[in-house]
Design a protein around this ligand. Sequence first.
Ligand code: EZ4
Ligand code: CO
Length: 402
Amino acid sequence: MKIKDAKVLVCSPARNFVTLKILTDEGIYGLGDATLNGRELAVASYLSDHIVPCLIGRDPFQTEDIWQYLYRGAYWRRGPVTMSAISAVDMALWDIKGKALKTPVYNLLGGKSRTGVMVYGHANGADIGQTVDEVGKYISQGYLAVRAQSGVPGLKSTYGVGRGQMFYEPAEKGLPPENVWSSEKYLMHVPKLFEALRVKFGDDVHLLHDAHHRLTPIQAARLGKELEPYHLFWLEDAVPAELQEGFRIVRQHTTTPLALGEIFDSVWDANILISEQLIDYLRMTVVHGGGITNLKKVAAFADMYHVQTGCHGATDLSPVTMAAALHFDISIPNFGIQEYMRHTKETDDVFPHSYYFEKGYLHPGDKPGLGVDYDEKLAKKFPYERAYLPVNRKLDGTMWNW
Ligand code: EZ4
Ligand code: CO
């Protein structure tokens, strides 16, 4: 089998997605997701201008060699644009391999290690009362784990609370919206949210929270400590993680489990975090972490240090990534949990898929390959529209992390 052609498809069914479709001389094609929120066209160009010409004529079964060719061979390594493009190629090749061998991709990764993939949903509200109600809705739909975010008194907007409930999507059309931030107000508020949630729902439901890179290490240490009575499943992205050593401070002070890495694209973003056991869950995912080929290796490394996976799965990762993540999740030994924000109906219609939700778990389905398709005709009805993630300023106007 040979790669005959590859198309880079950009569409916007409720939000922007970049999809790579690799076609072979035997009529089998594979799909990969290349979406990088707010920077979609940079990846599309990297693929069509620089990668696709190098793929033609290659054997699509050579997932390892093609990965090495695109990563090691390119001289310029790493970075989210490069790695999203490589990830898309890798996903599409695994899809082709599964279809050619007539088996779901998880069977090529070691087979099923569990019966389903536990997922968590996103509950958010303008205040504690609303967030409690939203968590209740997820629990009544069968979710076993819920991420809870609430508006902070005195701040007009904050991360995780936005337009829509079930389909929360932070990117907005036009130029980047500006949020206003106060770590002091936030730190006073969050423990009250989790106290209310435990009072209302008891101890069984897994509760998660995302600080979205807002805190310093010592602030994160305080938050982790104050949240200990509510035994969170995890506290996510408490501090920006370029300085991996900074997490030693957080770790020394709290037993709240820590999750990190939705923006990581290489094992070198997490080598200290993992080998010093500074985190509990790694959030790297298939689309930004170098595809299934790379994530398998990173997960095996993490496993030696008792770190489990918790793949990013927000709405800006297309159903192709969700499917690839599920094949990965169900097969590896050290799976922890999978994020699952439901896509809108428009998105699901463009990307028909075999994965499905049942009683708190996602299942990849048993179609050969990844089990996702792309309706090119329908996608054309949703042309690309520029959209950005928000930026964030402190109360005095200082630029801060979003
Ligand atoms: O802000 O996917 O845990 N989930 C998240 C997401 C991210 C968006 C950014 O593209 O932090 O909501
Ligand atoms: Co996050």
